[in-house]
Design a binder for this molecule. Sequence first.
Ligand code: MLT
Length: 328
Amino acid sequence: MKQWIALTALAVFTTGAYAQAFPGSKPVTFVVPFAAGGPTDRVARDLAEAMRKFVPGGNFVVENTAGAGGTIAATKVAKANPDGHTLLVWHIGMAATPALYRKIQYKPLEDFEYLGMINEVPMTLVGKPQLPANTYRDFENYIRANAGKLNIAHAGLGSASHICGLLWQSTLQSKDAMTTIPFGGTAPAMTALMGGQVDVMCDQTTNTTAQIEAGRIKAFAVTTAKPLSGHPVLRHYPSLQEMGLKGFDLTIWHGLYAPKGTPAAVLQTLNEGLKKALKDPEFIKKQEGLGAVVVTDKRVEPAEHKKFVAAEMTKIKAAVDAAGKYAD
Ligand code: MLT
């Protein structure tokens, strides 16, 4: 009798019937590699709300696992049970951290199933409200005049805010310009910036737009090649390229990942749910209100998502190597 049950269980699992039961009663957890309230957390929570509509029975929840620039969370998901209930929402850090950590506990291109890209988010160079500068020119001159006296916040080595600060400081060609202050995410870093405990930060518009509009922080430039002329708040700021930083063009993409070995039918259910969520008018409105652009191109396909990340790994390594003397 026991043998019959074992064979039936095997058949159910292998025929994908298990996958048809997915997600079942167990929540689907989006692991976010940074503190709650930050830009990555915001993308994950908005996406979870949208996917609940399009994955029948999908109880999507968010869990914040901060630390080490996001690599602790990535390791956790890479090693999680590949049943589709533990997923990773992460950004450019998936491609940047291999260039910045001597040893990471996972292989970005081998240890994950790629579920598709989510969005692309511009960044803003922002300062504490007390900073005696109002234009980018004033800001840059102030930084140079106070080399070694100011600090810049980020969310850990390999975080988007770290990468942006690294690339921007390398254009200042003054290694001692600023001390870097790491946080568990740019939500706590933003609190410190608004309170004047840190001087500068480069952060995603999903986290800075509301604070800029409320006058709680100062903004000086955006990191996209062109200014965000279509955005009611962000259109007031030049791009760093316009300010003379040749070729500076940084946008933070976000993707969705499952552990390697997750059943194909489960991956298909999740990818189909993602594609519908990315077309959800409510999700799009929320994201665009914060300056983000929802992905609508072929990178929503897993294979194209993976190809894109592989290319980004090469591109970011070259950029980090070039700016590396500013990495700390
Ligand atoms: C980053 O700087 O990598 C993220 O914006 C941090 C966060 O999402 O809190």
